[in-house]
Design a protein around this ligand. Structure first.
Ligand SMILES: CC(C)(COP(=O)(O)OP(=O)(O)OC[C@H]1O[C@@H](n2cnc3c(N)ncnc32)[C@H](O)[C@@H]1OP(=O)(O)O)[C@@H](O)C(=O)NCCC(=O)NCCS
Length: 169
């Protein structure tokens, strides 16, 4: 696919399009429209989008947990199905880790369902690029999702991250 892609910080104006993108992703929990506005307002420094001429085609939405300021928690990462497999998600996360909003972050965390091979490969690849460990442990059990229809979520903890150790982007 030949198209110019621009990577930039999330804004409030992106909220509606990011909501649509997450809805299109197929495997993510779709949160309220309000949530994506909130991220654009208060978590812009730890969230990026990649856009083509048609608008956002990928996003990484993260935050620094107040009690774990050394950690970037990647809450959702999504790439439009037409743009998958071209390194967009990997680049979004590398750019985010390089950005001022992640200054001082030594670890990256995310939760992933056991059946999500793409996500597993994405986060293990990030760990490899930094020469970092990737520890995986149970996090949110199936019973915690009240209807029981949601797969359990495993916590991926990657680190320590060191700019000097980063081998590729
Ligand atoms: C997960 C997702 C964001 C990956 O986006 P992407 O831009 O296609 O990923 P990339 O091209 O950057 O690939 C990153 C790595 O994952 C691997 N990968 C990508 N898709 C894969 C798949 N379907 N199966 C196995 N590995 C896959 C790539 O080979 C690459 O590995 P490498 O770093 O070792 O070279 C995308 O598939 C998506 O939006 N899925 C639906 C939403 C989702 O599940 N989000 C994650 C929830 S935590």
């Amino acid at each position: 696919m030949v198209s110019t892609l621009t990577y930039r910080q999330l804004t409030i104006e992106d909220g509606p399009r990011v909501f649509d993108l997450v809805r299109t992703s197929g495997s993510l929990d779709v949160n309220s429209r309000y949530t994506y506005l909130l991220l654009g307002k208060y978590f812009a420094s730890t969230s990026l989008v990649v856009e083509s001429a048609e608008g956002p085609v990928g996003c990484v939405l993260g935050f620094r947990p107040p009690e774990y300021p050394d950690t970037l928690f990647v809450w959702q990462v999504a790439v439009h199905p037409r743009h998958r497999g071209h390194g967009l998600a990997r680049k979004l996360i590398h750019l985010l880790l390089d950005s001022p909003g992640c200054s001082g972050a030594t670890h990256l965390e995310a939760t992933v369902t056991p059946d999500n091979d793409a996500s597993d490969a994405l986060f293990r690849g990030i760990a490899r690029a930094y020469g970092a460990d990737c520890q995986v442990e149970p996090c949110f059990a199936r019973r915690l999702f009240s209807d029981g229809g949601h797969a359990p979520e495993h916590l991926y903890r990657i680190g320590p991250l060191s700019e000097r150790r980063r081998r590729s982007s």
